[in-house]
Design a binder for this molecule. Sequence first.
Ligand code: G3I
Length: 305
Amino acid sequence: ASTLGAAAAEQGRYFGAAVAANHLGETPYASTLDTEFSSVTPENEMKWDATEPTRGTFTFGSADQIVNHAQSRGMKVRGHTLVWYSQLPGWVGNLGATDLRSAMNNHITQVMQHYQGRIHSWDVANEAFQDGDSGARRSSPFQDKLGDGYMEEAFRTARAADPAAKLCYNDYNIEGINAKSNAVYNMVRDFKARGVPIDCVGFQSHFNSASPVPYDYRENLQRFADLGVDVQITELDIEGSGTAQADNYSSVVRSCLAVSRCTGITVWGVTDKYSWRAGGTPLLFDGNYTKKPAYNAVLAALGGG
Ligand code: G3I
């Protein structure tokens, strides 16, 4: 196979990219996306501030644009994200507990039902745990006003809204075995033990010199898979260039392929030109849409070429 999507498909996986609606009109952006990738994640367009800027008023224009683009070209779509402390419109934080609970459940229900049957996996909750050694939940309106139980309520509401979608918990700094990933692991184990619906864990995988690819990545993915959930690499990007970057990408792909329940990889952007890391070069295509050594390494690791 000569593209990322086709090579990944031969391994039984998808290979996706985060996409911004406002770049789809740029011909090389769209053609690179359409040629190489088999799944898309809207980078910002499905977040709460984009989809429900005012309570009860839902706006799906930009997200629909991405979903329609993807589906008309045979690409799958990951949903990102329903319950997150960031990119949350101000009105959410101003609600009291009773209203906040119903607003959360309504948001999940309306957004998921709008896309019912069109999203393969949803990040139901994103970044709910603190960094560092505490293993504690992160402060957010949901956590602070509703307590730990908001998380399982969100997953139960999500299952009812679109029973066909895989429901994921997504976070960063959980790629290796550490206090934060242990906390997520314990939550997933508890959910599985008590029958709370959860199908997958997303490992964002934003790597740089301060946060390199962990040596125990595969082992960590496997221990989550052994709980009975799929694992997905959801926002992969790796700072650097040349051979070092290529080797890091290759090791991430090999870690996923070594875990049978690692069902797909998404890179967090199509081209370095539009990476969220301003001035960074963490992706597979450079600013001119030329394939980088990292691209060739990923394709080779997927068995393509
Ligand atoms: O759309 C507005 C525009 O109207 C406004 O004029 C402009 C001025 O700042 O901002 C634009 O919004 C920006 C948005 O991206 C769209 O470009 C926001 O400021 C900016 O903060 C936002 O950044 C996004 C970031 O999430 C916000 O948290 C990045 O694009 C996006 O890549 C990033 O993605 C996150 C994942 O969702 C979760 N995991 C980490 C990852 C990287 O931070």
